[in-house]
Design a protein around this ligand. Structure first.
Ligand SMILES: [Zn+2]
Length: 480
């Protein structure tokens, strides 16, 4: 009833006030109030709109290596859940706060701050497993059903604001979002029984995926203690997922039931963490000492990741020779580690050894022809060095239905076309890029330019016009 009242009230404020209660505007027809279940198609639409809108409120990482790591970790866990057949999309939000969330239709986000707060890969996996369990157990349906009583653009924006926990003033409808958030927040905050179930199921997923079940109570306890004893702000994660001591005790006793064995962090986890430390800090210099310490006493993988972190800092500081030396050392140990190959190619290109740097990608791709990460990195390097045709060939095959989850693909393809003087195509893909990151105004501007520039190209004119109409219809929907 509360939701219905909210809708009534919103319809009232959204329309001229002259109508009294006897003359209420029509309610949006998004299902009867008793109908709490969204159809899969509705949820997919909400999930996609939610993901587009997120980009307007926070920076979603478009780093192919970071993206690839979180997706493979997430998908490894999903494959051990009872939703193995469903498609999930995992991504990293570049925010220092400690947060992770599950949006509609399997969109699961992790803040970079949470990744950096984990001490082991199993801790990170335990957060993802917990989120996956909320999805598999349908705990989110209530919140999404509540959201679906709003218009789609409003629901997407409000969900994004609540789940990110960072209400951005840049969000166009910030004031309205704030008004609606209060009600929706209570639908999103999981109940104690939801939390216990997500821990229980998450623990099974974690163990089945060969991560340490004991890391789940350990990490949640540390989060809880950081607020209780150290007086830090409550991590966003704990707002939507309330942690209690009894819940931790419960999870701990379940975790202890699994036979103990040693778990080691993957090199990919350590490398991702080192990279996030360097790229998300204003003063990466500060990490130098940590990396140097890790190189003294760490495991071989920890030492390698620390040396990689140092090489990245040196690259940022334009100390190319020293950086190159470290990366060559790393590659002599692990010649196939793609992150090392990419970093070395970057250093070489930055120090003017362009041919050598580009050749490195080409050779690596010959060894790993299926690597999407390498292809994108190579394409970016080609674009930056004026090889537009080569870049286009690498990116174009990835412009599929799934590209909406990787908006940067559209941007890169647009740059390749612009470089080839195919300006109409360039504008067309730029429009797709802006649409994918939720900026309808720019999408419309660039689609309009594409129509204008396409001139005699009838097919392109038709495509661009159709997209322009589609974007305008979405903009119209946003106003209601
Ligand atoms: Zn939870």
């Amino acid at each position: 009833m509360r939701i219905l009242a909210l809708v009534l009230w919103l319809s009232l404020i959204a329309s001229p006030i002259q109508c009294g209660y006897a003359n209420l505007p029509d309610l949006p027809d998004m299902g009867a109030p008793s109908d709490d279940v969204m159809t899969p198609a509705e949820e997919k639409r909400l999930g996609e709109a939610f993901f587009r809108n997120l980009h307007q409120q926070a920076e979603v990482s478009d780093d192919p290596e970071i993206q690839n790591y979180i997706a493979s970790l997430g998908n490894r866990l999903v494959s051990h859940s009872d939703m193995a057949a469903q498609r999930f999309h995992f991504f990293v939000v570049m925010e220092p706060s400690i947060n992770a969330f599950a949006g509609p239709a399997g969109y699961i986000g992790v803040h970079s701050g949470l990744i950096l707060a984990t001490r082991t890969e199993s801790e990170l996996a335990s957060v993802l497993a917990h989120e996956i369990a909320h999805v598999t157990q349908n705990h989110l349906k209530r919140a999404f059903a509540a959201a679906s009583r709003m218009t789609l653009p409003m629901a997407a924006a409000t969900l994004a604001a609540i789940l990110l926990g960072t209400q951005s003033p840049a969000a166009a409808q910030a004031a309205l979002i704030a008004l609606q958030a209060g009600s929706l927040q209570s639908q999103i905050n999981f109940t104690r029984s939801n939390e216990q179930e997500a821990d229980r199921i998450g623990l099974q997923i974690l163990a089945a995926s060969d991560f340490d079940p004991r890391s789940m109570p350990a990490f949640f306890e540390r989060l809880q203690q950081s607020t209780r004893f150290l007086g830090y702000n409550i991590p966003e994660f704990l707002r939507t997922h309330p942690v209690t001591s009894s819940r931790i005790a419960d999870t701990r006793s379940r975790a202890e039931a699994f036979p103990y064995h040693q778990y080691t962090d993957s090199l990919d986890y350590l490398i991702t963490k080192a990279k996030l430390q360097v790229i998300s800090s204003d003063q990466p210099e500060l990490y130098k000492r940590d990396f140097q310490a890790a190189m003294q006493r760490g495991t071989p993988n920890q030492k390698a990741a620390a040396l990689y972190g140092l090489a990245l800092i040196l690259l940022e500081q334009r100390q190319f020779d020293a950086s190159k030396k470290m990366l060559l050392e790393l590659l002599s140990e692990s010649p196939d580690q793609p992150q090392f190959i990419h970093a070395l190619a970057q250093v070489e290109i930055a120090m003017g050894q362009k041919t050598q740097g580009l050749e490195r990608y080409r050779l690596a791709l010959r060894r790993f022809p299926g690597s999407k990460v390498l292809k994108l990195e190579y394409a970016e390097a080609l674009l930056a060095n004026g090889h537009f045709q080569g870049a286009k060939k690498l990116i174009e095959p990835h412009i599929t239905e799934q590209a909406k989850n990787y908006p940067v693909l559209y941007k890169l393809l647009s740059q390749a076309y612009a470089g080839l003087n195919e300006t109409a195509q360039g504008q067309r893909y730029l429009a797709e890029y802006y649409y994918a990151i939720g900026d309808l105004e720019q999408a419309i501007n660039h689609a309009r330019l594409a129509v204008k520039m396409a001139k005699d190209d009838r097919i392109l004119t038709a495509v661009a016009r159709e997209r322009l109409l589609f974007f305008r219809a979405e903009e119209e929907a946003r106003k209601h």
